[in-house]
Design a protein around this ligand. Structure first.
Ligand SMILES: CC(C)(COP(=O)(O)OP(=O)(O)OC[C@H]1O[C@@H](n2cnc3c(N)ncnc32)[C@H](O)[C@@H]1OP(=O)(O)O)[C@@H](O)C(=O)NCCC(=O)NCCS
Length: 175
């Protein structure tokens, strides 16, 4: 487990997959700025079993152990890409900004990578604020990256370079 101040990141285990499948197909949790997803538990299980070694799926957990969101990372060559979502009832409390900061610490401490990046819908103000708070810079607009809610959507590409990160901001302990 990766320990933060108010939120910890805990690896998603096989037995957690039904909960993840429910979250991913819930429009309130995932759907506003992301492609609509209907994934069977069997398909999710297949994805989980076949995911590459340098890909990670984590829950965001409050200090009382309750699961309030998810955050993942996956490899794009010498870059890691992250994605995340928080339960509607737990938004705007600072949890995602902290979870992203912990994830950035973890990835730069554990992997020989030059950068971490995230794509976020141009209209997703909350996600762009999260990335800014975690030290990411906006690189530009990537046009027509996804189709959802009946239209092609543009995304902003954000990144943080190893030299901009410099040192861990939150992560001091793993258990
Ligand atoms: C985007 C999301 C992850 C933000 O999570 P969160 O835990 O609410 O983020 P934080 O509490 O760390 O918020 C960081 C800042 O953004 C602001 N913010 C959060 N949601 C916002 C919104 N919808 N509109 C405007 N500002 C918002 C917060 O108030 C905070 O600002 P502050 O530091 O000035 O107070 C969450 O809204 C979510 O899960 N959305 C659906 C899934 C999604 O879009 N994921 C991202 C895909 S790239």
């Amino acid at each position: 487990m990766l320990e933060g101040k108010n939120v910890n990141l805990r690896i998603v285990e096989k037995e957690d997959l039904p909960l993840v499948a429910d979250w991913l197909s819930n429009l309130d949790f995932f759907g506003e700025y992301n492609p609509l997803m209907q994934m069977s538990k069997a398909d999710l299980q297949k994805m989980y079993d076949n995911k590459p070694q340098d890909e990670g799926w984590f829950f965001m957990e409050k200090k009382d152990g309750s699961k309030i969101g998810n955050i993942s990372h996956s490899s794009r060559g010498r870059t890691q890409e992250i994605g995340y979502a928080v339960l509607p009832s737990e938004r705007k409390k600072g949890y995602c900004s902290e979870a992203v900061t912990v994830m950035v610490d973890y990835l730069f401490l554990s992997k020989d990578i030059a950068r971490i990046q995230a794509h976020t819908d141009v209209k997703n103000e909350g996600s762009q604020k999260v990335l800014g708070k975690a030290g990411f810079k906006k690189e530009g607009i990537v046009r027509k990256t996804a189709f959802f809610w009946g239209e092609w959507r543009d995304a902003c590409l954000y990144s943080i370079l190893r030299e901009e990160w410099k040192e861990p901001r939150i992560l001091t302990k793993t258990t």
